[in-house]
Structure formats: C-alpha cells, structure tokens
Design a protein around this ligand. Structure first.
Ligand code: SAH
Length: 467
C-alpha cells in the first residue's frame, strides 16, 4: 500500500494554500468545508477565492511565497503551475515533516486528496494513488448511486445509541451481531424513509428486547416505463434487498434481472382481458410472503400510484400492519413524452396536462369529454389503443378541432419505441398503414407539433443511416 488513508480533523487548523486560480479555488472550498483556517498566498487571487478565504476567517497574502509561511501550518497545498515553485514547496515541507499536496504532481506529494463521497458523518474516500484521478472519480460516481443519501443519518442514529448498546451487550460479538441486524433491517429502512423518530423508538425497543425483529416488509416499486436507466436509486436499492420479486407484464426483463440472483421471481402480469393472477391474489401473496419474514419487492411499470392499482395493494398491507414503502417511478406519460420530444406543457400551447384512462368498459369510455376538449390542455390517454377510434370521435364531437395533433407512442423509452403522429381526423387511418403494438400511450394537444423541432436526434439517426 503506497498511501494509508487517514481522516484528518482540520477544524481551526492553519493550512497554507499556494495559488490563486480555479484549481486553488476548488481546493479552498474543500478545506473550508472541513473547517480549516486558510493562509492563502499568490500574486493574483480570484475575487471569489479571496472572499471565500476571508469569510471563513482565513488570511489572503498577495505576493511571493516564502518559507516562513510554513511556520505553524498543519497542511500545505500547492496549486500553482510553476513547477520550480511547487518543487521548492514540496522539499521544504518534506524537510519539516509537514504534509504536502502538490496538485497534479504525485511525486511531490506526501499526502494526496481522494475523491470523496460525503454522507457526513460517513465519509468514503477513494484514491488511485495519484495514478488516475479520473478512475477514482468514475468509481465514486458508481458508489454515489448505490449509497443512499441518508446513510449519514443512519450513522448519526447509531452514534446516539452506541453507549446504550455497549451497556446492554458486554460481549463484543453480541454487540456486533446486534448492529449488523439493526443497520440492515427495518430500522435502517425507517431512517432512509425519513422517519428518524420512529427509527429511534424501534432501536430503543430492540435494545430492550436484545434483538431486532426480522419482520417481513413490502416495497411497492415503480420501475419506470421501460428503459432500465429510468429506475431511481431507491428502486434499485430496495429491489436488491428483496427475497421475493413479484413483477408485471410492463416491467422490462432487464429490470427484473437487477434483483439478487437468489431471489425468487414471480410473474403476476396481466395482459388485457387475460388476468394472469387476479388482483386479490396478488394482494394476498404480498401479505403471505411478508408474514413469512421475507422482503418482498412488488415491481410495477411506471409509477405505482398512476393507473397502477398501487393503492389497492397496500390497503391490505396496512390492514395487516405489514411495513411497506412505496417508491415512485417515472410514469409512462413523462417517459414517453421526453423520449418522443413532446413537452407535455408549454407556455405557448398547453398550461395543463391531464392523465386519463382510455380503457373500455362495456364497449364505451366513460370520461368527462366536455372537460377534455378545453383548449390549451394536453390530454394523455393510458390504455387507449383499443378505444382510439372512440377517443378521436368523442373529442371531435365535443368540439376539439379535427386538425388537433395526436401522437401514439408505442413501447416508449425502449429500443422498440415508435411514434406515430397524425390528427384527430386522420389517426385511425394512419394506424392502418403504420400498425403499433402495446403498450401504447396517446398524447393529444398542440404540444405534439413541437416534436418536429425537438426530436431532432431521430432525424439525425435517419440522416446518418442514409449516408
Ligand atoms: N402505472 C403505469 C401505468 C399502468 S397502466 C405508469 O405509471 O406508467 C398501463 C398503460 O400504461 C399501458 O396501457 C400504456 O398506455 C401505458 N404504458 C406503460 N408503459 C408504456 C410504455 N413504455 N410505452 C407506452 N405506453 C406505456
């Protein structure tokens, strides 16, 4: 190991920063965040940098670096592009055993600054030993996405109860086992869900009982409209905790594959009029597995609370007092609209947007058509493909102009996305020539016109294949 990672308390410690440009500014921000007292020296100092330094109680010296500036400092950072100066600083610091960092010159450094993930009080530092800061940064972004922002709060909570746990378990093994259970179980989830008071109560009870109830729980997870990249960090994290995964027809296989390899996967999807598993049975399954103490992920396409029957699924859980979390997802309207280049609202064309279901009941669609035909409004129909002729006909009958643009988006955000644009009068015929496959989303309103301009990348694709 070339460098041993150490975490340093810089609060109120004098630190010398040599350099007055952008690089120095970045380092100064970091040092100030850690509470250091800056001694800044450079001929030219960016106004923003001097302000930062003075506001944090430091001193700005406009002029030449001299070795006397090293007196009493705790750490030195040289951020200049003058190699001779950097070398002199480094040598002087080495002689005096003062930790020194010279930006972009690992061989002159006795300490290096890592890439940092800050979940204070939890800090993760990553270093490539000065070989490749970019590799360290790439690693950091991978970790950033998998470590919940609230981990710091969890560490704080654990810190508050540390002495109590120590008093309760005098055996170090028992203590470790207790913390391992606590920091991965429902108490941690409670902190991540933002309810620290409840988590503290649960932790207090667990200390009293000497154990954490393993307790099953259910995560109702919105998996987004198809593109796996549109899952949220939270969705991914909870999915990877699950022992059992129940998923819908609308959830992309690549998303289901993100669960743990040993998790049990259960398909409960429904195709139109072909109910694979009736809704009540799904609700019962969730309860059954949770009661067995399992973590159950219920993956749903889009957002669970938008035409997703998510409310029905958690009703029974609430009655049965089974802990659950609902993770919102990107709903099909948002996903399809973005990927098709159709802003759902626009200052000039639509001041509101409505999401409605176009699902047929007894061969008709029961909707407040007089409200849907209002101008300056975008209407998005979910489950509307079968009812499309009725939808177009009704909108025109109730007064929306026949030339109103309408888009049908097939399998939006997936590689099979296809967008067909026509008008209320022509869409039914257009689809005869350009058939689409479910799931499809229908967008009605002037905003559809903007696609011409905004979906430029699709044209770019076509242009490049033509070349
Ligand atoms: N809860 C889901 C909607 C479930 S209803 C959500 O928030 O998106 C199912 C309907 O959603 C489908 O009939 C279709 O109209 C729409 N839908 C879902 N995913 C879609 C996709 N990738 N492309 C187009 N429409 C989609």
């Amino acid at each position: 190991m070339e460098f041993l990672p150490l975490f340093t308390d810089l609060r109120n410690k004098p630190c010398l920063l040599i350099g007055g440009g952008q690089v120095a500014l970045r380092k100064a921000r970091l040092l100030c965040k850690a509470g250091a007292k800056l001694r800044l020296v450079a001929h030219d100092i960016l106004p923003e940098l001097s302000k930062l330094c003075l506001n944090a109680g430091g001193e700005c010296i406009r002029g030449e670096y001299g070795e006397h500036l090293l007196d009493d400092v705790f750490l030195v950072i040289a951020a200049t592009d003058d190699h001779d100066l950097n070398t002199r600083v480094s040598q002087a610091c080495h002689k005096r055993h003062i930790p020194v960092n010279v930006v972009d010159s690992p061989s002159l450094c006795s300490v290096i600054l890592p890439a940092i993930i800050d979940r204070s009080p939890l800090i993760i530092a990553i270093s490539s030993g000065g070989r490749s800061p970019v590799v360290a940064r790439l690693m950091r972004s991978r970790l950033e996405s998998s470590i919940p922002a609230a981990y710091g709060r969890l560490a704080n909570l654990a810190g508050q109860f540390r002495d109590k746990v120590k008093a309760r378990f005098d055996n170090i093994e028992d203590r470790r086992h207790f913390w391992e259970q606590t920091l991965q179980g429902p108490i941690a989830e409670m902190v991540f869900a933002g309810n620290e008071n409840a988590a503290a109560t649960m932790l207090g009870d667990a200390i009293k009982n000497g154990t954490v109830e393993p307790g099953g729980e259910v995560y109702l997870i919105g998996a987004g409209p198809g593109d796996p990249d549109l899952m949220t960090f939270k969705a991914l994290r909870l999915l990877q905790r699950a022992d059992v995964v129940l998923y819908d027809r609308l959830v992309a296989p690549a998303i289901v594959d993100m669960c743990r390899k040993d998790a049990e996967r259960i398909y409960v999807g429904k195709a139109r009029s072909d109910h694979a598993v009736p809704q009540q049975d799904i609700n019962m399954l969730l309860v059954k597995y949770a009661k067995e103490g399992k973590k159950v992920a219920r993956l749903k396409g889009g957002d669970p609370f938008i035409f997703g029957r998510g409310g029905e699924e958690i009703e029974l859980l609430a009655e049965e007092k089974i802990p659950f979390q609902v993770v919102p997802g990107i709903t099909a309207a948002a996903g399809c609209a973005s990927y098709a280049g159709i802003p759902l609202t626009h200052r000039d064309y639509a001041q509101s947007v409505r999401f409605v279901t176009g699902h047929l009941k007894d061969h008709s669609i029961n909707l407040p058509w007089d409200e849907l035909v209002r101008p300056a409004q975008t209407v998005v129909f979910y489950m509307g493909l079968v009812g499309l002729p009725t939808i177009c006909e009704k909108l025109m009958e109730f007064g929306r102009p026949a030339e109103t643009p309408i888009a049908v988006v097939q399998q939006g955000t997936t590689p099979n996305q296809k967008v067909v644009v026509a008008t209320l009068a022509t869409m039914v015929d257009t689809l005869k020539d350009e058939p689409v496959r479910a799931p499809t989303l229908i967008i009605v309103g002037e905003v559809v016109k903007l696609r011409e301009k905004l979906a430029w990348y699709e044209k770019y694709d076509l242009a490049s294949t033509a070349l």
